[in-house]
Design a protein around this ligand. Structure first.
Ligand code: ME8
Length: 535
């Protein structure tokens, strides 16, 4: 759009690039939907935004999975990306601008250059690593962090995340002088308290770095599914060094300087708390070593839990995102996890909780408001939005409520990544408008045919419809399909233009829907739920 300045820095949002050892589950979708909502929110502020997601395709975990399935790692990755990952993001209406795969040449060539540069600068030296490694995490582990195995694993050490035995490595590696970056990192955390969110995550990282950092092995020499170390092709680059660099290579690092400067560094790296240290310690140290600017924020969210454990590819109990969207719809799905879980905290999912919230908040509060208003405008004014003549105290209270909802949602979602708080602010406003209608009783006012009563009726219905106009705008980043249905039902597109071009900053400006707009009894926003099959 014309507002976007050519050459201005984009607001750059990333998700982790996910391992393609298996299909995506609710946890991956949680991060990616959050990023999408943040992206769409900033777009509706009129900002230029760049939203990146992708897949992490190297390393032992992928290699072993491919072997177990009797195909080459590359074939396995191609299949999973095309058949599972990209289709899910399309299904969930994820508006990413790019999708990076770490096996792409645009990535691998630049990763080699980056690592070669560090080697030339003396930031990398040769050594050997002896110690535990968890292939599930693709992470070198500190012996003190491991659990003691029992039963079939008696005498073995287990990864605290995967609860499975770790591998014991003894191999030649190259090391990055990470230990030298502790003081600089601490200084950065100190000067930029917003760098790690939430507070608890920040504290964890600070105390971890204060204990002293060890140098990091950045290559592996006992398998070959990875990017080759350019000066020693018996080694492949450690998958995490390869992976973190996606945030740079995808936006033109080493290939398109203009694009790189317009985009890099990320304003927000969204991550689960499992991979916080990689993003808040290793990644900034790599950037410092190369003299590149650091990201604005690493935002760690909590885990979706199943039966008290982190939901993972192996303990999903069979729930796929598609099972939930099939039952509740894509928009309700996008809404539910952000509405129900405080971003940063762990949360769990249950069909029952989802059903209850769907029915009370989406169908009864929001959906009903939209259908009632459209029905009354049709019944009393033949579907032509009436003009509001004069506003009383009750109408002023609605306008004030809207102004408050807009300011609060904008601050919470756009600035603080407090998705549940921001969504709640909008839904409180929905409740307020419902309360307004209950008090004003337009259906009773309508029975009085006097001109004063008819004017009053017009004012009430206009107030409700104009409130809904704002709800469609504010909820569009979260629920784009239903917001469009509402936008269409209010006849807003013709006078006001496309929904995605409505600005958050203008959402509270009263009186945008012109009198005479054609209000139709559109599709039901949130249909009554079918009984679950097993109920
Ligand atoms: O870690 N709850 O990939 P990954 C919430 N390739 N979020 C969850 C989750 C859960 N139970 N399970 C997974 C990797 N996630 C690396 C990343 S980035 C340079 C490389 C989400 O496939 C969450 O965002 O294991 C978590 O950080 C990510 O998926 C891990 O995905």
């Amino acid at each position: 759009t014309g507002e976007e300045q050519q050459g201005a820095k984009a607001f750059y949002v990333t998700t982790p690039i996910y391992y393609v050892n298996d299909a995506p589950h609710l946890g991956h979708a949680y991060t990616t939907v959050a990023g999408d909502v943040l992206t769409r929110w900033h777009r509706q502020r009129g900002e230029k935004v760049w939203y990146l997601t992708g897949t992490d395709e190297h390393g032992q975990k992928i290699m072993r999975t491919a072997e177990a399935n009797g195909v080459s790692p590359q074939e396995w990755c191609d299949r999973l990306v095309e058949e599972a990952w990209k289709p899910l993001w399309e299904h969930l209406e994820i508006a990413n601008d790019d999708f990076i795969r770490t096996t792409q040449e645009r990535h691998t060539a630049r990763v080699q250059e980056f690592v070669q540069d560090l080697y030339d600068k003396g930031e990398i030296y040769q050594g050997s690593y002896e110690g535990p490694y968890c292939v599930g995490c693709e992470e070198y582990k500190a012996p003190g962090d491991l659990l003691d195995g029992e039963g079939e694993w008696a005498g073995q050490k287990l990864c605290p995340v995967h609860k499975k035995p770790v591998d014991l490595l003894k191999e030649e590696n190259y090391f990055f002088k990470l230990s030298e970056y502790g003081p600089k990192l601490l200084e950065h955390y100190e000067r930029h308290p917003e760098f790690i969110q939430p507070e608890s995550a920040r504290n964890e990282v600070v105390s971890f770095v204060r204990q002293g950092l060890e140098d990091l092995s950045i290559s592996r020499s006992t398998f070959d599914w990875g990017v080759k170390v350019p000066w020693d092709d018996k080694h492949v680059i450690y998958v995490w060094i390869d992976a973190l660099l996606n945030y740079a290579t995808a936006v033109g690092y080493g290939s398109d300087q203009a694009k790189f400067e317009e985009t890099f560094p990320a304003d927000v790296h969204l991550v689960g708390k499992d991979i916080l240290r990689f993003h808040a310690v290793i990644w900034p140290a790599m950037l410092m070593a190369q003299g590149l600017p650091l990201p604005g924020k690493v935002a760690a969210h909590g885990w979706l839990m199943v039966g008290g454990e982190k939901m993972s590819k192996s303990n999903l109990t069979g729930i796929k995102p598609q099972d939930l969207t099939g039952h509740f719809g894509v928009d309700a799905y996008r809404w539910y996890f952000l509405r129900g879980i405080q971003f940063g905290q762990d949360g769990s999912f249950s069909w029952e909780d989802f059903s209850v919230r769907y029915t009370s908040e989406l169908a009864n509060d929001y959906g009903n408001l939209a259908s009632r208003v459209a029905a009354m405008v049709n019944k009393y004014f033949d579907g032509a939005l009436p003009e509001a003549k004069g506003a009383g105290e009750a109408e002023q209270a609605v306008r004030d409520g809207l102004a408050k909802a807009v300011a609060e949602a904008d601050r919470r979602i756009g600035d603080e990544l407090d998705f549940s708080g921001g969504i709640l602010a909008v839904f409180d406003f929905v409740k307020q408008v419902n309360g307004y209608l209950t008090e004003q009783q337009p259906w009773k006012v309508a029975k009085d045919t006097s001109p004063e009563a008819q004017e009053r009726l017009a004012t009430i219905l206009y107030t409700a419809a104009e409130s809904l106009r704002a709800c469609a705008v504010l909820l569009n980043p979260v629920m784009p399909r239903t917001s469009q249905l509402l936008w269409d039902s209010l006849g807003a597109e013709a006078p006001l233009g496309p929904l995605a071009e409505q600005r958050v900053q203008d959402a509270a400006r009263w009186g945008q829907l012109p009198a005479g707009s054609t209000v139709t009894k559109g599709a039901v926003l949130f249909p009554r739920l079918e009984e679950p099959k097993d109920a």
